[in-house]
Design a protein around this ligand. Structure first.
Ligand code: ZN
Length: 215
């Protein structure tokens, strides 16, 4: 009989409010759904969908939107979703002078901390652009993706769902944007299908821990 091994992942951020204590089965598939460019008017509705299916996600937020959606960020923390940094005003980080680049990252860290008491550990660079200067000058872990839902380009929810379901594999990080209603509708197709296929929905930091144990 196949031995079942459970790992307990505990993520500590120096504050009790973001402590995650969840059991992930290392013999089962995992996927990390991630959302860029928010929060927006759709994010709360998206959290309703995640609540309904009892799954978690990682949100790479834009710093200058955080104050406007303070309650949405607090809700993410309460739900044990992970929050990452996606610059302050969605500037192309690798095209900035070092001082400006650092400002974009640090101001976002500060505003997220002000609102939630949680300091992100992850950075998703704008436009997925990374260079040596960025890597050298940030302590944050740079997170890209394996599967692009193409929700920024594809207008039809069913097609967005197809883009994902056609490609997704165990351990993938999927890119979405919580700035479109079509993404919300696509997730109502994607999440139940992946659950039926046996996927566990983990945050990016949980995925890293899972990968470390599954090497
Ligand atoms: Zn972006």
């Amino acid at each position: 009989m196949k031995k079942i091994v459970f790992i307990l992942i505990i993520l500590l951020c120096g504050c009790n409010s973001m402590e995650v204590n969840r059991i992930i089965d290392v013999n089962k598939k995992v996927v990390a759904i991630t959302f860029d460019d928010g929060p927006s008017v759709y994010t709360n509705k998206l959290l309703d969908v995640l609540d309904f299916y009892d799954v978690n996600a990682t949100f790479f937020v834009v710093g200058n939107k955080v104050k406007r959606y303070e309650d949405v960020l607090k809700r993410m923390v309460k739900r044990n979703d992970e929050i990452g940094n996606h610059s302050y005003s969605h500037k192309w980080l690798t095209r900035l002078k070092l001082g400006e680049m650092e400002k974009q990252i640090n101001m976002t860290q500060d505003v997220i901390f002000d609102v939630t008491g949680y300091r992100p550990k992850l950075l998703r660079p704008t436009y997925g652009a990374v260079n040596r200067v960025l890597r050298k000058n940030t302590d944050l872990s740079i997170v890209l993706w394996n599967v692009d839902s193409m929700d920024w380009k594809t207008k039809n929810s069913t097609k967005i769902a197809y883009n994902v379901l056609n490609k997704v594999q165990n351990g993938d990080i999927i890119l979405f944007h919580d700035t479109y209603e079509r993404t919300l509708n696509a997730l109502k197709i994607i999440i139940p299908k992946l659950l039926i296929d046996g996927y566990q929905f983990v945050t990016v930091s949980e995925l890293k821990a899972y990968n470390g144990l599954n090497k």
